[in-house]
Design a protein around this ligand. Structure first.
Ligand code: 13P
Length: 250
């Protein structure tokens, strides 16, 4: 049985003080309720260290939203995996569609980051997903497969990998993929991972769904056989909504 994983991606929201308040509220609920699934939150870089201090006791995982693929050096504006680990992160989200679309990330740069993060001992949430145009052209399978295969070039051990399927057309739009649409792509991803890494590794791999997950649709999505939790944007900025989604994951 795969343990479900629900992560709140806070994107570019919240000051340090606001982040600490939200993290504290979530930690109190997760710590008190003793939820079954793995829970993570991904604040902005400036807030990571302070948030770490208020969630450490609760078991919530601290996640970063991006990293660079070098350890140190002349890369103005970038943050390395070494720095993230030192700030208390155990996960990093890589290849989010906003990074791909707005900041020019490609499967090749995402692959460099995946390798660096895993080498640093961080767990990775590798995001994949098609645009509306790609879905309408019927190339969803091709696009997602290429993102998985090229994102994992020269990665031999996937025990610290999570994949997040986030159809771009469902992110922040209020349009969720139906549970059948999501399941179809999740099954395709698992089949590809089986081909690349074998049955056992694929059976252990957790594949999250992301894209307008809300308290009202989380349970039906998480009940699908290949959906192992969620990567939550907007709804993760409210502690009650986020907790309702966490609870839907069991
Ligand atoms: P929304 O939940 O706001 O659609 O965002 C999803 C997402 O991009 C999570 O990484």
């Amino acid at each position: 049985m795969r343990r479900k994983i629900v992560v709140g991606n806070w994107k570019m929201n919240n000051t340090i003080a606001e982040s600490v308040d939200l993290a504290t509220a979530i930690a109190e609920k997760v710590g008190a309720d003793g939820v079954q699934c793995e829970v993570g939150i991904a604040p902005t870089f400036p807030a990571l260290y302070e948030v770490c201090k208020v969630i450490e006791w609760s078991g919530i995982r601290l996640c970063a939203q991006n990293c660079h693929y070098e350890s140190d050096g002349p890369f103005t504006g970038e943050v390395s995996t070494r720095m993230l680990a030192a700030a208390g992160c155990s996960y990093v989200i890589l290849g989010h569609s906003e990074r791909r679309q707005l900041f020019g990330e490609t499967n090749a740069t995402v692959n460099l980051k995946v390798k660096k993060a895993l080498a640093e001992g961080l767990s990775v949430i590798l995001c994949v997903g098609e645009t509306l145009d790609e879905r309408e052209r019927g190339v969803t399978g091709q696009i997602v497969t290429a993102q998985v295969v090229e994102g994992l070039i020269d990665v031999t051990d996937i025990s610290k990998l999570v994949i997040a399927y986030e159809p771009v057309w469902a992110i922040g739009t209020g349009k969720t993929a139906t549970k059948e649409q999501a399941q179809e792509v999740h099954a395709l991803i698992r089949a590809k991972v089986t081909e690349l890494y074998g049955q056992k590794a694929a059976d252990h791999l957790r594949i999250q769904y992301g894209g307008s997950v809300k308290p009202s649709n989380a349970a039906e999505l998480f009940a699908m056989p290949d959906i192992d939790g969620g990567l939550i944007g907007g709804a993760s900025l409210n502690a009650d909504d986020f907790m309702a989604i966490v609870e839907a994951a069991g």
